[in-house]
Write a protein that binds this ligand. Structure first.
Ligand SMILES: Cc1cc2nc3c(=O)[nH]c(=O)nc-3n(C[C@H](O)[C@H](O)[C@H](O)COP(=O)(O)OP(=O)(O)OC[C@H]3O[C@@H](n4cnc5c(N)ncnc54)[C@H](O)[C@@H]3O)c2cc1C
Length: 391
């Protein structure tokens, strides 16, 4: 966003599609971090179904975990567009690492927005500085898109809440220190922050997922888990409508940018491969049907990025349409990533189906983006009902 009358690159007269010098510099810094610390290892992490502990420490050390939390909380105070650039660059290297940023930051933001004063005094700065990693525990074995159907139960006993239930597909659930758990309390959807060390909380690794394979998914079982009443996050009945919605809104913003990162990674791989691989006496890139795929990939990646810029710009200016624009950005970018990855595998021929090239991983990772943080179908229903079509 161009620097017209503002240090954030925002113009009072509207959105300028130009990054500030500071944002350009930050993007170069993120890019070189990813090139050095993430890209060379992403394939191995994917095969091993685990990212390394070193990368978590390095992300923490650079201030990349907790980056969007306000400085006064102990976070990095990164404005939304720079956060988007960071997310794109990280996803360009590895979607599993990107998903760590997404879940930690979305939950940390929700805790800071809705947590009680006592809860924030106990864990707030550790969360903002990512000394404690956060995960979102919303889905259950029988509850997915229809989040209002959660069956996990919470009851108040004296000054403690007692939780019972099962959660599934919890990204980084294997290593998270805290879970934002959606449960039913007095029949009302309510959010709780539950430390992983709480007696009665058991986690099992979920192995064998094909996309974002290194994101250390877990299944949780909560059996008479007792937490202090100040770990109630938001009010009883505010769990989905306020607390989890805050988290999901930011999660979608992050996933939208992450999808752009995958699409750009596909483009990087294809421009490289089609320039060097020759068939019929010419580089693949010289053949018109190949050019058609490359052109679509270029156009869609740029369009997705522009939607993300717009969503980021509206967030930065506090515009009430920011969440709806984020939905559109996530909807379009996740599908653009799948199309780009599908074409990237095709353009690599048989090589595209091997682990020697990263494009098969991109395709598996891109597919996840259409399912998480509200599937494409759920977003079709939400966007069609929103006033966005009338703007
Ligand atoms: C890699 C990965 C990471 C995840 N991480 C987390 C996490 O950290 N925390 C967490 O809580 N959950 C997580 N999830 C779960 C994710 O949020 C759910 O998968 C998602 O909400 C969809 O739910 P579902 O898979 O149960 O599909 P379902 O809700 O059963 O839907 C199945 C299909 O039906 C479609 N569908 C559903 N309802 C409708 C409708 N009304 N009209 C038309 N089509 C419909 C869906 O779009 C989908 O295509 C993760 C999932 C994956 C794959």
């Amino acid at each position: 966003m161009t620097d017209v009358g503002s240090s954030h690159g925002l113009s009072r007269s509207g959105m300028q599609v130009e990054l500030t010098e500071a944002q350009k510099k930050a993007r170069l810094r993120y890019r070189s971090f990813v090139r050095e610390r993430i890209s060379p290892y992403a394939g191995r992490w994917d095969r091993e179904e685990s990212i390394s502990t070193q990368i978590v420490d390095q992300l923490r050390g650079e201030g990349y975990l907790g980056a969007p939390l306000p400085v006064e909380t102990g976070g990095g105070g990164l404005e939304p567009i720079s956060y988007g650039l960071l997310t794109e660059e990280i996803a360009r290297g590895c979607s599993s690492v990107r998903s760590l940023l997404t879940v930690h930051d979305m939950v940390a933001l929700a805790i800071w927005r809705w947590g009680s004063r006592d809860l924030k005094a106990k864990i707030g700065s550790a969360v903002a500085m990512a000394e404690m990693l956060c995960a979102l525990a919303l889905s259950e074995p029988d509850v997915g898109s229809d989040a209002a159907g959660v069956r996990t139960e919470a009851r108040l006993e004296g000054d403690e809440y007692v939780l019972n239930g099962r959660k599934k597909w919890i990204t980084f659930g294997q290593i998270a220190d805290l879970f934002l758990v959606l449960a039913r309390c007095d029949g009302k959807l309510t959010a709780f922050t539950v430390p992983s060390a709480t007696p009665g909380l058991a986690r099992r690794p979920l192995k064998g997922i094909v996309g974002t394979r290194a994101s250390l998914l877990a299944e949780l079982e909560l059996n008479e888990c007792r937490i202090p009443s100040c770990y109630l996050t938001g009010r009883v009945g505010f769990g989905l409508s306020h607390v989890v919605s805050t988290a999901l809104d930011y999660g979608r913003y992050s996933v939208a940018w992450g999808s752009v990162g995958i699409a750009q990674a596909c483009l990087d791989a294809c421009l490289d491969y089609t320039s060097s691989r020759k068939q019929f006496g010419a580089a693949l890139r010289e053949h018109q049907l190949v050019q058609r795929k490359l052109t679509n990939m270029i156009a869609e990646t740029r369009a997705a990025r522009l939607l993300c810029y717009r969503a980021g710009y509206l967030r930065q200016t506090g515009d009430p349409n920011a969440s709806s624009e984020t939905l559109v950005a996530k909807y379009f970018a996740s599908q653009a990533a799948v199309r780009a990855a599908n074409d990237a595998v095709q353009l690599h021929g048989a090589n595209g189906l091997t682990e020697e090239y990263p494009v098969a991983r991109y395709l598996r990772d891109a597919k996840v983006m259409e399912i998480i943080e509200g599937s494409s179908q759920i977003q079709q229903m939400t966007i069609a009902r929103s006033p966005l079509g009338e703007l």
